[in-house]
Ligand binder design. Structure first.
Ligand SMILES: C[S@@+](CC[C@H](N)C(=O)[O-])C[C@H]1O[C@@H](n2cnc3c(N)ncnc32)[C@H](O)[C@@H]1O
Length: 334
């Protein structure tokens, strides 16, 4: 079998699923590759590397520790849309670093002040004013928080202090070592499983949910962020809940970090929510929504998500989706 044949085989086998195929670090690549029946095992590692290159595939390590053979994507900013900005707004400008902000962001925010005393965490410090703004209304109440991604437990402790004694903080992680970071007596729970595992997430929601706040700080892989959103937003989030996705920058680093592991990025999905909010206007114009209109319609056929998104707030690297039970648009002429 020639190298090209090997490449074609790989491409056929592993690109059928555009997310690629994941394998654990414990599986040796050669052993795993031997399973591809037709391939004779001579200089297997080199052969694989060259074949992958030929097939434009790569092996990368994902944040969940798994290796993936797949095609990596890179999110490209839509230059055509960017060009719709006026020349002055689009013009390249120098954006200077201001590291003096460190102390302001830590000491000038409630969440930052708490974070500063907790060892073992690393975060974009720009998140603290966002946490304060988006989460302050939940402080001191019986708030239920689900966080995907426990790591060393630093953010679980942040949330417990920030939201207060009456809150319940639930962290999930695929890493078994995180199990011991729970503190059930003090309202911090940890469960082990993947953010893409529907039955696991349903079980967590059944045990502790529905949640007022869901924070995705897990693997940051687009396919994972999207899978979790699809499972949790609908069933595990309270009607007026807040869904918070961190570290969207991974969508733009995708071909280096493996976080953009499919063509549709999380940013694409979030932009589509804007369309979902407005899709009812695609087929219905003005008079369908006006009480005085001749064609006022009692109901519309829209995707379920259109009835659930109150607002989407975008910050750098972060998106916040506020859930609601929404009625169709209504107009009235005075
Ligand atoms: C950025 S760290 C979380 C940091 C933590 N929230 C904090 O601020 O202290 C990401 C965590 O996500 C976990 N993770 C990776 N893939 C995951 C998956 N598929 N499901 C659940 N957790 C995952 C990793 O094991 C890691 O502990």
């Amino acid at each position: 079998m020639s190298l090209r044949d090997v490449a074609v085989e790989l491409a056929k086998l592993y690109c059928l699923n555009e997310r690629g195929v994941a394998f654990s670090p414990r599986q040796s690549l050669s052993r795993w590759f031997k399973k591809v029946r037709q391939v004779k095992v001579i200089n297997i590692k080199q052969k694989i590397q060259r074949a992958l290159k030929l097939a434009s595939l790569r092996i990368y390590r994902r944040a969940d520790g798994f290796f993936v053979i797949g095609r990596l994507h890179k999110r490209k900013v839509d230059r055509e849309a960017l060009a719709a900005l006026s020349p002055i707004l689009e013009k390249r400008t120098e954006w200077s670093l201001n590291s003096d902000r460190l102390s302001t962001l830590l000491t000038g925010t409630a969440s930052g002040k708490i974070w500063a005393d907790i060892p073992g965490g690393h975060k974009w410090i720009d998140y603290f004013p966002i946490y304060d703004r988006e989460f302050s209304e939940y402080r001191g109440k019986n708030t239920r928080i689900l966080e995907i991604g426990v790591y060393k437990g630093a953010s679980l402790r942040l949330w417990k202090k920030f939201f207060g004694d009456k809150s319940t903080v639930v962290g999930i992680d695929i890493d078994e070592n995180c199990r011991s970071l729970g503190d059930a007596e003090n309202g911090i729970q940890v469960r082990i499983g993947s953010q893409t595992d529907e039955s696991f997430l349903n079980a967590v929601a059944l045990e502790f949910g529905p949640f007022d706040i869901i924070i995705d700080d897990g693997s940051h892989a687009a396919s994972h962020q999207i899978a979790s959103f699809n499972i949790l937003f609908h069933k595990a989030l309270e009607e007026n809940g807040t869904y918070f996705i961190e570290d969207l920058e991974g969508n733009y680093w995708g071909d280096k970090t493996g976080q953009l592991d499919q063509r549709v990025s999380t940013i694409d999905l979030l932009k589509t929510l804007i369309d979902a909010q407005n899709i009812v206007f695609e087929k219905h114009s003005y008079s369908y929504f006006f009480i005085s209109g001749r064609t006022l319609k009692p109901s519309f056929s829209v995707p379920l998500i259109s009835t659930m998104v109150e607002r989407i707030t975008f910050y750098t690297s972060v998106a916040v989706i506020k859930k609601t039970r929404k009625a169709p648009p209504l107009g009235y002429h005075l």
